[in-house]
Design a protein around this ligand. Structure first.
Ligand code: HEC
Ligand code: HEC
Ligand code: HEC
Length: 461
C-alpha cells in the first residue's frame, strides 16, 4: 500500500515536472511574412541598425571566408562539435526574409528560431537577450535591407546527444537569464549605457569570461580571461595583466582604433571587434570603455608604480643604441634570436601601430601563457588590405621548436616580472604540428591609424 503510494507519488511528480519542462521548452511557430518593402524602413533607423550590428559583430560570425556578407556558413568550433552560422540576409528561402520583426526579436531575446526550435548559444543570445525592443527594431530594419543572398549553411557536426535541440531547454533552464536589460538605478547614464552594450550586444564576456564544461560562462569569473580559437582573451577585470593599467580613456581609444601607443595593436579575434567598433558611435564606445574601466577598478599604488617602471625601462631602451646584447638573462640562445630578429622593430623607436611596441609595455609577455606571442611570431600580422596598417613578418619555417621556446623564455624573463611559463613547449609544439588551429586575422582593426609619416616620432615623453 505505502509502496504503491510512493510509486504513484513519484509518477505524479515526474508528470508535473515533464509538463513544466515541455511548457518551458516549447515555443510556437511564428507565421511567415512577405518581406517588408525597403522603402517602408526609415533611413535613421537603418543608420542606427548599422551601428548596432557593428557592436554586435553580426558580420564576423555570419560571413564565411570569402563569402557574401551576412550569408552565414561560417563553422564555429565548440568543444561539442562545429556549429554553422545561418544566413541572415533577407533571402526568403535560405535567409530570414520571411521572419517578422517579432520572430527576429524572439530569436535575440529567447534564442528560438521562427519555427520555434531552440538555437545553440554559439549564437550569443545569452548576451543579446539584453537588447531592447527598440534596438532590435533597428537591427531588424538593417538586416532586412542587406543584399539578399541565396545560400544554405552546411549541417552542424554535432554528435548525439548534442544534436538534439530540445535539450537546449535544459541548458537554458540552468544558465540562461532572459532580458531585457534593466538599468541599475543610482548609476550614471553612461555607466548603464556602457554596461548595456558590453554585456548585451557587445558580448565581451563571450570571449573574456571562462566557461564551464557545459559551455556556459562562469558568472563569478566575469571578464577573468579565457582562451578562444587558440588565442588568449586577456583578463579585463581587476586581474588585467597589462603592465600599464588601462583607464577609460586608453580603453576608448584602443576599442575605437584597434591600437594604443602604450598597449599595442588588437590581434586575433579581437581585431574584427575593434574594426567593427570603429564604425560604432563615439559615445557608445566611450560608454563601453567607461564601464569596462570600472570593472577593472582603480589600480593599486603598487601597480601604478610597476607601470611607471615599465615605461621607464621602455624609455631607456629607446634612447640606448639599438641591437645590443646585454647577456642579462643567461639565455644566450633566446637573446641572440630576439636581438637579431625582433629588437630592431620592437625597441620603441618607431611607435605602434606601424612600429612594434616596446615589449616592456606588452600585455602578451605578462599574460598567463605564451600563446598569443606564439601565434603572432609564427603567423605574423598580415597587413590590412589597401591601407597603411601594422604588419609583422611571419617566422613559421624560420624558427624551429627549440629556438621558439628559447626566444619565449627569454622574452618572459627580460620583459616581465612574472614567473616563467611552464607550458610553453607543449603550446609551441602543438601549434607547430597544427593541433592547435590558429585563425589568422588581417590587421583591418587598425584602419583608423593615422597616416604613417606623422607617426615617426615617439608619442610618449
Ligand atoms: C559568435 C558568433 C555569432 C555572432 C557574433 C552572431 N551570431 Fe547570429 N548566429 C550564430 C550561430 C552559430 C547561429 C546558428 C545557431 C543555431 O543553429 O542554433 C546564429 C543564428 C542567428 C539567428 C537565427 C537564424 C535562423 O535562421 O535560425 C539570427 C536571427 C541571428 N543569428 C542574428 C544575429 C544578429 C542580428 C547578430 C548581431 C547582433 C548575430 N546574429 C551575431 C552565431 C553568431
Ligand atoms: C571574439 C572574441 C572577443 C570578443 C567578442 C571581445 N574580445 Fe577583447 N580580446 C580578445 C582577444 C583574443 C584579445 C587578445 C588580443 C591580442 O592579443 O591583442 C582581446 C583583447 C582585449 C583587450 C586588450 C587587453 C590588453 O591588456 O591588452 C581589451 C581591453 C579588450 N579585449 C576588451 C574587449 C571588450 C570591451 C569587448 C566587448 C566590447 C571585447 N574585448 C570583446 C577577444 C575578444
Ligand atoms: C618588421 C617589424 C617587426 C619585426 C621584425 C617583428 N615585429 Fe613584432 N610587431 C611588429 C608590429 C608593427 C606589431 C604591432 C604593434 C604592436 O602591438 O607591437 C608587432 C606586434 C608584436 C607583438 C604584440 C605586442 C603587443 O602586446 O601588442 C609581439 C608579442 C611581437 N610583435 C613579437 C615579435 C617577436 C617575438 C619578433 C621576432 C621573432 C617580432 N615581433 C618581430 C613589427 C615587427
Amino acid at each position: 500500500m505505502t509502496l504503491l503510494r510512493i510509486v504513484l507519488g513519484l509518477v505524479v511528480i515526474l508528470a508535473i515536472g515533464t509538463a513544466a519542462f515541455i511548457g518551458y521548452a516549447w515555443h510556437s511557430r511564428l507565421d511567415p511574412i512577405d518581406p517588408p518593402a525597403k522603402a517602408s524602413l526609415d533611413a535613421k533607423l537603418l543608420a542606427r541598425g548599422a551601428e548596432l550590428a557593428a557592436i554586435g559583430n553580426c558580420n564576423v560570425c555570419h560571413t564565411a571566408p570569402n563569402g557574401e556578407a551576412f550569408a552565414g556558413g561560417l563553422g564555429i568550433p565548440t568543444p561539442f562539435g562545429t556549429i554553422y552560422s545561418t544566413n541572415i540576409t533577407p533571402d526568403p528561402e535560405t535567409g530570414i526574409g520571411r521572419w517578422s520583426e517579432e520572430a527576429f526579436s524572439r530569436a535575440m531575446r529567447k534564442g528560438v528560431d521562427r519555427e520555434g526550435r531552440h538555437l545553440y548559444p554559439a549564437f550569443p543570445y545569452d548576451h543579446f537577450t539584453l537588447v531592447s525592443d527598440e534596438d532590435n527594431r533597428a537591427l531588424y530594419a538593417f538586416l532586412m535591407t542587406r543584399k539578399s543572398v541565396s545560400a544554405k549553411s552546411p549541417a552542424n557536426q554535432l554528435p548525439f546527444p548534442f544534436n538534439v535541440r530540445m535539450l537546449l531547454a535544459g541548458w537554458k533552464a540552468l544558465f540562461f537569464r532572459e532580458g531585457p536589460y534593466l538599468p541599475e538605478p543610482g548609476r550614471p547614464a553612461e555607466w548603464n549605457r556602457g554596461r548595456y552594450l558590453a554585456e548585451g550586444l557587445g558580448h565581451c564576456g563571450a570571449c573574456h569570461t571562462p566557461r564551464n564544461r557545459l559551455g556556459a560562462e562562469i558568472s563569478d569569473q566575469h571578464f577573468a580571461g579565457a582562451e578562444i580559437e587558440n588565442w588568449t582573451a586577456y583578463a579585463i577585470d581587476s586581474g588585467s595583466p597589462a603592465p600599464l593599467p588601462w583607464d577609460a580613456e586608453s580603453l576608448a581609444f584602443y576599442l575605437r582604433h584597434g591600437w594604443h601607443d602604450r598597449h599595442g595593436v588588437s590581434r586575433g579575434p579581437m581585431a574584427p571587434v575593434t574594426a567593427n567598433l570603429g564604425a560604432a558611435s563615439e559615445a557608445d564606445v566611450k560608454a563601453i570603455a567607461a564601464y569596462v574601466a570600472e570593472v577593472m577598478g582603480r589600480p593599486s599604488k603598487e601597480r601604478l608604480a610597476q607601470g611607471e617602471a615599465a615605461l621607464a625601462a621602455a624609455r631607456q631602451e629607446r634612447e640606448a643604441a639599438p641591437l645590443r646584447r646585454t647577456g642579462e638573462t643567461g639565455n644566450g640562445a633566446g637573446e641572440a634570436i630576439f636581438v637579431s630578429a625582433c629588437q630592431g622593430c620592437h625597441d620603441g623607436r618607431r611607435p605602434p601601430p606601424f612600429g612594434g611596441l616596446n615589449l616592456h609595455l606588452s600585455t602578451a609577455v605578462n599574460a598567463p601563457n605564451a600563446q598569443n606571442i606564439i601565434n603572432v611570431t609564427l603567423y605574423g600580422l598580415p597587413a590590412a588590405r589597401g591601407e597603411p596598417s601594422a604588419m609583422m613578418p611571419a617566422y613559421r619555417g624560420v624558427l624551429n621548436e627549440n629556438q621558439l621556446v628559447a626566444l619565449l623564455d627569454y622574452m618572459r624573463e627580460r620583459f616581465s616580472r612574472q614567473p616563467a611559463w611552464t607550458d610553453t613547449r607543449e603550446r609551441v609544439s602543438s601549434t607547430l604540428r597544427g593541433e592547435r588551429k590558429v585563425p589568422v586575422y588581417r590587421m583591418d582593426g587598425t584602419t583608423h591609424a593615422p597616416p604613417e609619416t606623422s607617426m615617426r616620432t615617439a608619442p610618449w615623453p
